[in-house]
Design a protein around this ligand. Structure first.
Ligand code: SF4
Length: 484
């Protein structure tokens, strides 16, 4: 036997989640869940209000700290109409944790600007307190399986995993089937996130937020998402003129250079400033501090100025969500990746200045560069476009579209390799090189197994059920793995 029972991986995942899935919204969730809700902002972000009555805008939730001190560091929070403040965020189940854990006497907590708790009737506390319970984006019972999977985000050390031996006995078809089923679980999980967000903000806003967040790739996801939230339905701004949207985005982001740069860049930056000067009073309350952006370790192609220039061209198009829906409805045989690239990538002449400069300050490039490269296209397709379309198709009960989304998802060519994939391969396959399709789905499946199993175990795989589950599959006469 070479094929797997349908939805086998989904069953393995459910069984491995254990008590989390049994949570039915009763009682207080564990603190580690509150950390994940905050970290990923599984909240109705536009409605947050602290216990002192002031609105709370989370411009950046901060960086998760697993050492001593506050749970999140370098967050940026805006209370009511006040200027944004930078500082730390501490998460506790209840407000009593602040004194009970001695934070009020510990100098490490001196920079805490927000104490986040589950729920509390208290008022007027210092530091200001935000209770999460009233603002979840979905009932806790619905979020629970997702929260438990996010609780331990770091992979253990790259030692050979205990699943390596049983995986080596599977055929190529079994291994591919397993990875594809895990990828399907991942697609449905992401689609579920879009469906939940769409319930709050509508389908188009959910899409724009996803696109902007993906453009913030790793370093700048939060300020990018914040821009999408601020623009909301105004994402059609631009009226065919990308300069207008570009000036607006760069101005709101605080990324227009204060000094005019040298060379032909100066005239371009001056035009952007002239537009932003006219618009900025309207948008002043939403302007982001430039300190929100991170530039360290960033490739020029990923610079936020460049990403916003791309988003401005999508906005000027005026009908990007409709174009993405048409992409799915247009028969594309094997050329669907290319046809999505054509819809999302401005032509060299449309990109204008950005075809010849990485950023507003960088010198003219010898060769024109596209505003959207293949790795980011794959990232956008796998993390935003296909899950968003899947969520819509499920909501509309359109079985034909779900089948077409699934087909494109499993046929999408493999994306860039990365450190998480390398580590996962080292643990699951060791030195062997399994014969697997070079698809993005195989990569997504590997990431999902890591999330569901490796992230819950230590470096020695203690307590991981994956090896035992794989051992339960029939051994293949022709295993998939070639040893190096
Ligand atoms: S934790 Fe589980 S899935 Fe991860 S390498 Fe170890 S045995 Fe394999």
């Amino acid at each position: 036997m070479t094929t797997l029972p349908a939805a086998l991986y989904a069953r393995w995942q459910r069984e491995s989640l254990g008590p989390a899935t049994a949570f039915e919204g009763q009682g207080t969730p564990p603190e580690r869940w509150l950390q994940q809700i905050w970290r990923h902002q599984r909240l109705r972000r536009g409605e947050l209000r602290g216990l002192d009555g002031r609105s709370v805008q989370v411009l950046h939730p901060g960086f998760w700290n697993r050492g001593p001190g506050p749970d999140f560091q370098r967050a940026v929070i805006q209370f009511a109409e006040e200027p944004p403040v930078s500082g730390d965020v501490e998460i506790d189940v209840g407000v009593g944790g602040w004194r009970g854990h001695g934070h009020d006497r510990n100098v490490r907590y001196a920079e805490v600007v927000l104490h986040v708790v589950w729920d509390s009737p208290a008022r007027d506390l210092r530091p200001p307190v935000l209770a999460l319970a009233p603002f979840l984006e979905a009932p806790l019972a619905e979020l629970a399986p997702w929260l438990d999977g996010e609780a331990i985000p770091e992979l253990p050390a790259p030692t050979l995993g205990q699943c390596c031996a049983p995986l080596a006995k599977l055929s190529a078809a079994q291994l591919t089937g397993l990875l594809n089923q895990a990828a399907q679980v991942r697609l449905e999980r992401k689609a579920g996130e879009f469906a939940r967000r769409a319930r709050q903000a509508g389908w188009n806003s959910a899409l724009w937020e996803g696109l902007f967040t993906a453009l913030g790739y790793r370093h700048n996801t939060w300020p990018m998402r914040r821009l999408a939230e601020v623009l909301g339905e105004a994402n059609r701004l631009g009226g065919g003129n990308p300069m207008l949207g570009e000036a607006l985005l760069l101005g709101l982001a605080g990324l227009l250079p204060a000094q005019l740069p040298a060379g032909d860049n100066a005239a371009y930056v001056r035009q952007l400033w002239e537009i932003w000067w006219r618009e900025r009073d309207t948008w002043a309350a939403h302007a982001l501090p430039a300190s929100l952006w991170q530039f360290g370790g960033l490739r020029p192609a990923n610079h936020p100025q460049r990403r916003l220039a791309l988003a401005a061209r999508w906005m000027a198009d005026g009908a990007l969500p409709e174009s993405i829906v048409r992409w799915l409805e247009t028969p594309a045989a094997d050329h669907f990746a290319e046809s999505l690239a054509n819809r999302l990538t401005p032509r060299i002449e449309e990109a204008g200045f950005w075809s010849h400069h990485w950023t507003l300050r960088s010198p003219r490039l010898a060769k024109p560069q596209s505003l959207l490269g293949l790795p980011r296209l794959t990232d956008l397709a796998l993390n935003v476009v296909l899950p968003w379309l899947h969520a819509r198709a499920v909501a509309g009960g359109n079985v034909g579209l779900i089948a077409e989304i699934t087909r494109r998802h499993f046929a999408w060519p493999a994306g860039e390799d990365n450190a998480v994939l390398k580590l996962a391969r080292a643990r699951l396959f060791g030195a062997a090189r399994p014969r697997l399709p070079r698809t993005a789905a195989a990569q997504q499946g590997l990431l999902q197994i890591t999330r569901d199993f490796c992230n819950r175990a230590d470096a020695l795989c203690t307590g991981c059920r994956f090896p035992e589950l794989v051992r339960g599959l029939p051994a293949a006469s022709a295993p998939a793995m070639d040893t190096a």
